[in-house]
Design a binder for this molecule. Structure first.
Ligand SMILES: [Fe+2]
Length: 386
C-alpha cells in the first residue's frame, strides 16, 4: 500500500545495531517486492526468521481448470451452500481460474486455526461476505468484518480467527501485486480528490502482537501446487516493530463512494484494485442515471478481450433474473451479454439501486474448475430466450 506505517519499536536508522534487553541483536528482515523496486517493509524479530526446527512432508494442494467446456454464459449458484469444508485450507473451493488470478469461495465450519499460513506465490484479496473476526499476522492484529476487502501481500504469515459461525468469504489469489488504481493516485502516490476512496478508508493492522513464547509453531506454506509444512521453535509473531509500505490492510466496500452520471456509467468508474491481467470493481448502492430519457439497465455488451465475473453480494439485481445472493456469473469474451428480457423497460424511471456486487474482469480467458462445475446453472446460457 502506498503510505508509510510504523508499529512498535524500530531503530532510528535502518540496518544499524538494534539490541534486545539482554544485549543481543534483534534480527532485521527486509520484506521487499519486485526485487528491490517495489514497496517494502523492515521487520525486527526477537528470533532469526531463518531458524527452522523441522521440515515435514509436503502435501499436494490445488485444483485444475476445465479448458474443454463449451463456450457459454455461466452462472454458478452457491446461494444454498452451508459450508465448503471444515478448515481454513480445505474450505477454499477455487471455482474460477487462469494463470493470472483465481477466485475461491470459502465457508469453513471451524472458526479458528491451529496453524499459521503463508501464500508464497500469490497476493491474496479476501472479500468478507458474512462473518467478523480478526486477521493476525507478523504486522499485527487487524479487525475484519462483512464488506471488507482484505489485501494480503504474499509471504505474510497469518491466521484468521472468527467470532461468528456464519462465515462466507471469497479468496482472490493474484500472481501479480494487488494495488490501488494508478489513475486515482498522484505522482507521489497520494489518492486524488476524484478517487472513490482515500487513505482514511484504508486500515493497516491496528495493534502489534509480540509473542516471545517457545514451542512448535507450524506454518503451512502454499507454493507450486503443494502445501509445504515448516515448523519453527518460536512464534512467527515475534516482532518488536516494523515500518514500511508493505503490510496487509482492509478497505470496506461500504466506504467505496460511487461515481454516477446522467447516462449509464461503464465499469471503470467502479474500479477498486488493479493487478496484471485483471481488475476488481465494486458495485455499490447509488443513485441511477438522471438524464430524462436515461435507461438505468446496462446495454448489451461485447467486451472483445475480457471475461467478466460478477459476484452478487446483496440487493436486487435489476438486469438479471434467477440470480441469488451468492451467485457468480461469468460472461466470457466472444459472446455479447446484457439485460434479461423485460428488465430494460422495467428499469426506466428507477431512481436508485441497493445492489452490492464484486466484479473481476480478466484480460485472458478465465476457466471454471472441476469444483466450480458442481454449481453450474444449466439453464443460464438460454435464459435470454423467452
Ligand atoms: Fe460487461
Amino acid at each position: 500500500m502506498a503510505f508509510y506505517v510504523r508499529k512498535g519499536n524500530v531503530p532510528p536508522k535502518r540496518h544499524t545495531q538494534f539490541r534486545q534487553p539482554d544485549g543481543s541483536l534483534y534480527a532485521e528482515e527486509l520484506v521487499s517486492s519486485l526485487g528491490f523496486s517495489g514497496i517494502y517493509s523492515n521487520l525486527y524479530h526477537i528470533n532469526p526468521p531463518t531458524r527452522v526446527k523441522e521440515i515435514r512432508k509436503s502435501v499436494a494442494y490445488g485444483t485444475k481448470p476445465d479448458k474443454d467446456l463449451t463456450l457459454q454464459q455461466i452462472h454458478l449458484n452457491t446461494s444454498g451452500v452451508k459450508n465448503t469444508g471444515s478448515d481454513f485450507l480445505d474450505s477454499r473451493k477455487v471455482l474460477l481460474m487462469n494463470d493470472d488470478v483465481s477466485m475461491a469461495l470459502c465457508m469453513p465450519s471451524r472458526q479458528s486455526m491451529d496453524y499459521y499460513y503463508k501464500n508464497a506465490e500469490a497476493d491474496e484479496l479476501l472479500f468478507i461476505h458474512d462473518g467478523s473476526g480478526y486477521m493476525y499476522s507478523q504486522f499485527g492484529k487487524l479487525k475484519i468484518q462483512a464488506g471488507d476487502y482484505v489485501v494480503i501481500p504474499r509471504t505474510t504469515i497469518y491466521k484468521l480467527e472468527w467470532d461468528t459461525s456464519d462465515i462466507r468469504y471469497l479468496v482472490i489469489e493474484s500472481a501479480s501485486p494487488i494495488e490501488t488504481v494508478s489513475r486515482y493516485r498522484n505522482e507521489l502516490g497520494q489518492l486524488l480528490e476524484h478517487s472513490p476512496y482515500c487513505e482514511r478508508d484504508i486500515h493497516p493492522p491496528q495493534e502489534l502482537i509480540t509473542e516471545e513464547t517457545k514451542g512448535d509453531y507450524h506454518v503451512k506454506i502454499k507454493k507450486g501446487g503443494y502445501i509445504h509444512n515448516y515448523v519453527y521453535d518460536h512464534s512467527p509473531f515475534d516482532l518488536v516493530g516494523w515500518d514500511g509500505f508493505l503490510y496487509p490492510y482492509t478497505l470496506s466496500i461500504h466506504d467505496f463512494e460511487p461515481i454516477t452520471g446522467r447516462i449509464h456509467q461503464p465499469p471503470p468508474v467502479h474500479q477498486t484494485f488493479q493487478a496484471a491481467g485483471y481488475v476488481i470493481c465494486s458495485f455499490v448502492p447509488r443513485l441511477f442515471d438522471y438524464h430524462p430519457d436515461a435507461i438505468p439497465a446496462p446495454y448489451n455488451h461485447s467486451n472483445i478481450d475480457s471475461d467478466e465475473v460478477l459476484y452478487y453480494v446483496e440487493g436486487n439485481f435489476m438486469s438479471r433474473k434467477g440470480i441469488d445472493r451468492g451467485s457468480f456469473t461469468l460472461h466470457p469474451g466472444g459472446l455479447p451479454h446484457g439485460p434479461h428480457p423485460g428488465t430494460v423497460e422495467k428499469s426506466i424511471g428507477a431512481k436508485e439501486t441497493e445492489e452490492l456486487a464484486v466484479m473481476l474482469d480478466t484480460f485472458r480467458p478465465l476457466y471454471v474448475t472441476e469444483e466450480g462445475k458442481d454449481f453450474m446453472d444449466k439453464k443460464y446460457p438460454m435464459s435470454w430466450t423467452e
